[in-house]
Design a binder for this molecule. Structure first.
Ligand code: PMP
Length: 428
């Protein structure tokens, strides 16, 4: 495709994410979005199955969000949060505290998911320091987990995903355990905590779905076990709801399905409905209280330049309005039913090892994807934007996706996966 001039000129100067720049397919020039459609420079329209890395839960360009951002843009796009506060941020903090379970009611704003997790880790470690307990600097995280790409968060990702051996020496060492999905796993974690609680600040987990680690699901029981073990051994529990928060698993927050309250929760992605960068780390009262002191060193020493950006917070408030005024959770339930029906037929295709659906997450797991570039191109040829990774082809559409758009997406997956079964080994 002969693209626009900005593409050719600019591509010489950008470094793309997760990309081997020497061998990658050229990226597609997106010029506009609307609802669940992404339009490319040559006019091609793709039905979006990913909602821009799981953020655009109301579809793109929702007029209510546009209106809120436009109004805030004129009034005050940004003002520093050190010594000054702004109405959209304080309103958002109050609304998040009201929505979240239990006494999760102190909101620390940041500008990306990874930083929100880093703040949660700092909060947990300093919580113990402020209470006079030194040496509790390690976290317990889980195989298959993913919490971000910054150095501190890589250290609590799955060892392979977080490239622990490549970066050996540069990353702090934490405990990486198996999720306690059965009695043996529970006993192993219990033993680890019994032996090492004195060096552990917190357990960190993505509730119900380990997303970037392979869209791996677990039951609410696992979360109840983690809450129980954290309480038994006196360590904090951090839930990373950056992917799962705001309806993705069928409830507003995944932890509601387990009926548990973490000590700290992290939020981002769909927080602004996918329009702007914003994240939040929310702490329970006892965590916040541990930072109150006459000693200035007991304060949380963190403050990103763009934290609590007024435009992003206005955007998030508009996104929360839409959860109140439009039937998002019913839409998620309908998407779940439709994906269960329509993806099920993939189960019998060659190379398919599992098909699973939770809320608005649909997964077709293959034994392997031998030619990722060919698979990606085949999906685009079907008129859809779906981004397989490792051995996973998955859908996380906007909750506003129409029945026919969703059918287009599931049919495209079925078609390209069945072609995989027939094809001779590809060459690029
Ligand atoms: N935690 C989870 C569960 C995530 O899915 C992600 C992003 N995929 C992150 C943290 C990191 O967020 P960000 O990319 O905004 O830094």
């Amino acid at each position: 495709m002969c693209g626009p001039e900005w593409l050719e000129q600019g591509m010489k100067h950008v470094w793309l994410p997760y990309t081997q720049m020497q061998t990658t397919l050229p990226p597609l020039p997106a010029v506009s979005t609307d609802g669940c459609t992404i339009t490319l420079a040559d006019g091609t329209e793709l039905v979006d199955g990913i909602a821009s890395w799981w953020t655009a839960c109301h579809g793109y360009n929702h007029p209510h969000i546009h209106q809120a951002v436009s109004a805030q843009l004129i009034r005050m796009p940004h003002v520093m949060f050190g010594g000054l506060v702004n109405e959209p941020a304080l309103t958002l903090a109050r609304r998040l505290a009201a929505m979240l379970p239990g006494d999760l009611d102190r909101v620390f704003f940041t500008d990306s998911g990874s930083v929100a997790v880093e703040v949660a880790m700092k909060m947990a470690i300093q919580y113990w320091l402020n209470r006079g307990q030194t040496g509790r600097t390690r976290l317990v995280a889980f195989r298959g987990g993913y919490h971000g790409d910054t150095m501190a968060t890589m250290a609590v990702c799955d060892p392979e995903e977080g490239m622990h051996s490549l970066y050996q020496g540069a990353l702090p060492e934490h405990f990486i355990a198996d999720l306690p999905v059965n009695v043996a796993g529970m006993q192993a974690l219990d033993t680890l905590l019994a032996q090492s609680a004195g060096s552990i600040a917190a357990i960190i987990v993505e509730p119900l779905v380990q997303g970037a680690g392979g869209m791996l699901f677990h039951t609410p029981d696992v979360l109840r076990t983690l809450r129980e073990l954290a309480d038994r051994h006196g360590v904090l529990l951090i839930l990373d709801e950056i992917f799962t928060g705001f309806g993705r698993t069928g409830t507003m927050f995944a932890c509601e399905q387990a009926g548990i309250v973490p000590d700290i929760i992290t939020l981002s992605k769909a927080l602004t409905g996918g329009t702007m960068a914003l994240a939040a780390t929310v702490a329970r009262a006892h965590v916040f209280d541990a930072f109150l002191s006459d000693d200035p060193l007991h304060a949380l020493m963190h403050g990103p330049t763009f934290m609590a950006n007024a435009l992003a917070c206005a955007c998030a408030n508009a996104s929360l309005d839409l959860f109140d005024t439009e039937p998002r959770l019913q839409q998620v339930a309908a998407i779940e039913t439709q994906m269960r029906d329509e993806l099920e037929s993939c189960r019998s295709l060659p190379h398919v090892v599992d098909v699973r659906v939770m809320g608005a997450i649909g997964v077709v797991e293959l034994d392997r994807i031998s030619d990722m570039n060919a698979l990606k191109s085949a999906l685009i040829a079907q008129g859809v934007w779906v981004r397989p990774f490792r051995n996973i082809v998955y859908l996380t559409p906007a909750f506003t996706v129409t029945r026919s758009e969703l059918s287009h997406l599931t049919k495209a997956i079925r078609t390209v996966v069945s072609e995989l079964g027939q094809a001779a080994p590809h060459r690029r």
